[in-house]
Unconditional design. Structure first.
Length: 489
């Protein structure tokens, strides 16, 4: 049994306990005996204090030069970069992805801070010709104000980074509510910003539950915009409430991401990417491959090779260098995934690998689900339609490219999609026909670089995009300025 410290909120430039004095624990999903710390179990009063601090800091931060804001983000990136290995290790213990992935994600947060430090210095408006030759006509992008940031646990430092860095770069102040499963990583990110010298009130962290912190943040009229990443059910309810009070909202939600393998594909390569796309990070990526759509002529071979590969995956302690698949985030998540596996079987899918909880060799102290493969996934079934969010891949066999595209598009989600083929014409047909915000040709569905737009079609998003140049769209509003020159005195 290990134990750790107590961590508090960051409000108005001070580290402060929840008004109630209450705390909650963060424990490792890989070993419930490992306690990462106790965190402020905040409520409406704490949110009110954080929003007040953010509202008060707003005017001065808006007036701070973008160059000065960029310098602060660069400094935070430098601070975080010296801690990547330690924080990456904490990420692995708190979230459960492997050490390589935990360190990789922390490094990505550094890169995101650097990217948005650069973006802060990019042009922030346009100049237009006017019908009147004496009119100076231009637009300027200004911050929206106080922004509420609500994040999931599965990328506990990268997602906060790709929301908070642009919010700050473009002159907004922030109240950040992280997922309750991963508060330590949220504290680590805010520590770097605070140590870099971000002024009091510009960024505020409030940890706690969805009802204690999420609800009052979403409903606060002083919060101009909410950027939310998480599940569809919660996101859509959040959006309705924000819209009802006239706020701005951005949603990044789930996926049911297809990978199509055509008969001419490099099968070794495709199989590698099906395994990594479905199983790395224990399948808990919004962009994870959850549907393998195989051309009938290669389906038997690919299926038997997938069974062999998936059965051999090493599942266990994510700190162990041999481990390929870590735990799922919680006991509740493990039970939900096992329930989805049972219901897939009831719907007629054929269990080919995994399908059970793993409880030997120390894994009884964590939430381990065996990497699972199903054949005969009916595209119309619940299993074929809904996100499982765990290490589960379903195979559907199709007769040709047209059927593959129809199956790939036949879900309400549209986040990421892949096709494996050597035929450029078929690849282009897929690129043009797929209803997805991200498309990969000959690579797994999860790959996403931090300097390009990220987001989904249909129910995977709110028709908005994060990251890259598009981040400016959400975190700013446009002012159109007409300056008519005065007539000479
Ligand atoms: P979740 O919807 O349960 O929670 C997300 C966040 O919302 C958490 O911080 C939670 O506390 C908060 N929340 C819950 N109820 C709230 C309420 N009533 N008001 C305000 N906030 C509330 O999602 P999760 O389980 O943390 O994350 C997994 C989901 O996130 C999956 O569906 C996954 O696909 C999705 N996801 C999407 C992306 C993307 O960019 N598209 C990235 C990562 C994860």
């Amino acid at each position: 049994m290990s134990s750790s410290g107590t961590y508090v909120n960051y409000i108005g430039g001070e580290w402060v306990a929840a008004r109630s004095g209450e705390t909650f624990e963060s424990r490792s999903p890989g070993d419930a005996d490992v306690l990462l710390g106790r965190f402020a179990a905040s409520g409406a009063e704490d949110v009110d204090a954080a929003v007040s601090a953010a509202a008060e800091a707003r005017a001065a931060w808006r007036r701070t030069s973008p160059i000065a804001r960029a310098n602060l983000l660069h400094r935070a990136a430098e601070i975080l970069s010296t801690r990547v290995n330690d924080i990456g290790r904490e990420l692995t213990i708190e979230e459960g992805k492997t050490l390589k992935e935990g360190i990789g994600e922390t490094g990505r947060a550094v890169q995101i801070l650097r990217y948005f430090a650069g973006e802060a210095q990019q042009p922030d408006g346009e100049h237009y010709p006017s019908a009147n030759p004496d009119t100076l006509l231009y637009t300027v992008r200004e911050p929206v104000g106080v922004v509420g940031i609500i994040t999931p646990w599965n990328f506990p430092i990268a997602i906060p980074a790709w929301k908070i860095a642009p919010a700050l770069a473009f002159g907004n102040t922030v109240v950040f509510k992280p997922a309750s499963y991963t508060p330590l990583l949220a504290v680590r990110f805010i520590e770097a910003l605070a140590e870099a010298g971000v002024p009091a009130g510009v960024v505020n962290l409030v940890t706690g539950s969805a009802s204690g912190v999420g609800d009052p943040l979403v409903d606060d009229d002083r919060v101009a915009a909410i950027s939310f990443t998480g599940s569809g059910v919660v996101g859509k309810a959040v959006a309705q409430r924000v819209y009802a009070r006239g706020g701005k909202v951005q949603l990044e939600l789930g996926g049911k991401n297809p990978a199509v393998v055509l008969a001419d594909a490099d099968l070794d390569h495709a199989i590698n990417h099906l395994v990594s796309g479905a199983m790395w990070s224990t399948g808990q990526k919004c962009t994870a491959t959850s549907r393998a759509i195989l051309d009938a002529s290669i389906a038997d071979e690919v299926t038997s090779r997938l069974v062999e590969r998936i059965e051999k995956l090493v599942t266990g302690d994510p700190l162990n260098a041999q481990t390929q698949v870590g735990p799922v985030i919680s006991d509740e998540a493990a039970n939900r995934i096992l329930g989805d596996i049972e219901s897939a079987e009831r719907e007629g899918a054929r269990l080919l690998a995994g399908g059970m909880r793993l409880s030997s060799d120390g894994r009884e102290r964590g939430n381990f689900v065996a990497p699972t493969l199903f054949g005969d996934m009916n595209p119309e079934s619940r299993f074929g339609q809904e996100e499982v969010f765990g290490p589960v891949l379903g195979i559907t066999t199709v007769q040709d490219m047209d059927e593959a595209l129809a199956v790939a598009n036949g879900v309400r989600y549209g986040l990421s999609a892949s096709i494996f083929t050597r035929d450029l014409g078929k690849a282009m047909k897929f690129i043009n026909g797929i209803e997805a915000g991200i498309v990969h040709v000959n690579a797994e569905t999860p790959g996403a670089e931090p300097h390009v737009p990220f987001g989904g079609y249909k129910s995977s998003s709110s028709y908005s995009r994060e990251q890259g140049k598009t981040a400016r769209d959400f975190y700013t509003q446009i002012k159109t300025v007409y300056v008519d020159l005065p007539s000479p005195a």
